[in-house]
Design a protein around this ligand. Structure first.
Ligand SMILES: C[S@@+](CC[C@H](N)C(=O)[O-])C[C@H]1O[C@@H](n2cnc3c(N)ncnc32)[C@H](O)[C@@H]1O
Length: 271
């Protein structure tokens, strides 16, 4: 028996309550979740029309966004904050399919992400996985596998994908500003968030999330744009995720309920 097997389950994992990463994995039909996570996912699915579709759309826009950043913008460093559990196409697989030398650092608060990440990335020398709390951005940025692995004197794509809505109103301004300030011109900020455009399901999802996972805040499109600061949004700006550079025909006037839960945007730091 190896040390890693002997330590399973790692003592820091708590199976008595759901976590965001595991519940999201359950929504996406993954295997890295437990009964409590599946119960929460089922409760949310029963109450929020199109919830699974919206999680799938979020993953799809993550892939399109990373592809665009690596291919069109020539970015070769990615700091993926709130990265979640590995799924089918991940930031490093997408970025490194464009540029095999692209460096990727995943940061997540859930220790299970580190357990799985380490196993998957054992052979990959250009990708790191770090356990960290984005609400403490200075500590995350100073981590040796962040500061010592990415070159902050060169452009970086900083990702808060499916993550912004877990930052409470008390901290979100300071956290995102600290992260923006850490980047040099030529860098990009890529964010997606649960949105509030006035549909009841959006605030209801935020409420269910807060009730069960402590954090969860639906933000208006203007609030999401505000968190890009003075960065310049690339086309098409902040849009519903399905409408951000889609790779299929999407009828903007006829979006499904699931397509109206999240918005996405990428912006360039110019100065
Ligand atoms: C909905 S998942 C999104 C995963 C992935 N980025 C995606 O878009 O598919 C949100 C992730 O953010 C992580 N997370 C939530 N709050 C966090 C925090 N304060 N610091 C770091 N990670 C956090 C959760 O553990 C979870 O893995």
């Amino acid at each position: 028996m190896t040390d890693e097997q002997a330590a399973w389950p790692p003592p820091e994992l708590d199976f008595s309550k759901p976590t965001i990463a595991r519940a999201y994995d359950a929504l996406l039909g993954g295997k890295d979740n437990f009964a409590v996570d599946r119960a929460l996912a089922e409760h949310a699915i029963a109450n929020i029309p199109g919830l699974v579709d919206s999680a799938v759309e979020n993953r799809k826009v993550l892939v399109r966004g990373v592809q665009w950043l690596a291919q069109e913008a020539g970015i070769d460093q990615f700091l993926d904050l709130g990265s979640g559990l590995p799924t089918v196409e991940n930031t490093h697989t997408v970025a490194q399919s464009v540029n095999p030398d692209a460096r990727v650092v995943y940061v997540d608060i859930d220790p299970l992400v580190l357990v799985h990440g380490r196993a998957i990335l054992a052979e990959n020398t250009v990708t790191k996985v770090v356990v960290g709390d984005v609400r403490d951005p200075a500590t995350v940025l100073a981590h040796e596998d962040v500061a010592g692995f990415l070159d902050f004197d060169r452009p970086i794509a900083l990702m808060l994908v499916g993550m912004l809505h877990y930052l409470s109103p008390d901290v979100v301004d300071d956290v995102v500003a600290t992260l923006r300030d850490a980047l040099v011109p030529g860098s990009y900020l890529f964010m997606t968030s649960l949105v509030d455009t006035g549909l009841p399901a959006q605030q209801e999802l935020a409420r269910i999330t807060r009730e069960n996972l402590e954090e969860g805040w639906a933000r208006t499109p203007a609030e999401i744009e505000h968190h890009f600061g003075d960065f310049e949004l690339v086309e098409p700006g902040v849009t519903f995720t399905a409408l951000w550079r889609p790779d299929r025909a999407v009828d903007a006037g006829n979006l499904t309920p699931g397509e109206q839960l999240g918005m996405a945007g990428i912006a360039l730091k110019k100065t």
